[in-house]
Design a protein around this ligand. Structure first.
Ligand SMILES: [Zn+2]
Length: 95
């Protein structure tokens, strides 16, 4: 589970541009980030074909104008989010 507000904070903090690379529109739909059923892409490892096929979990956003899709590696955002949650919980009196 990855809270939507943390995903948006990650994208903003990392300087992900709001303008769509295809049409320039600046409004996006954020795909499901909170269920265990993340979008995934199959990956091929050095061992060759494997079953079950390894997958890379993804976070995706979709341009509300032209439907262009952008993907981000969920694992890296998960790691970053753990640090964010730790920082918040360390603030005395809950901040
Ligand atoms: Zn677009």
């Amino acid at each position: 589970m990855l809270p939507r507000d943390l995903v948006l904070k990650f994208l903003n903090d990392r300087g992900v541009g709001a303008a769509c690379g295809v049409c320039g529109h600046r409004e996006w739909f954020l795909g499901d980030t909170e269920s265990e059923f993340a979008a995934q892409v199959p990956i091929l490892l050095e061992k060759g074909l494997q079953f079950p096929t390894p997958h890379l979990p993804l976070i995706y956003i979709v341009c509300r104008n032209c439907a262009h899709v952008r993907f981000f590696a969920k694992g890296l955002i998960d790691e970053w989010a753990k640090g964010q949650l730790l920082t918040v919980s360390e603030v005395p009196n809950g901040g």
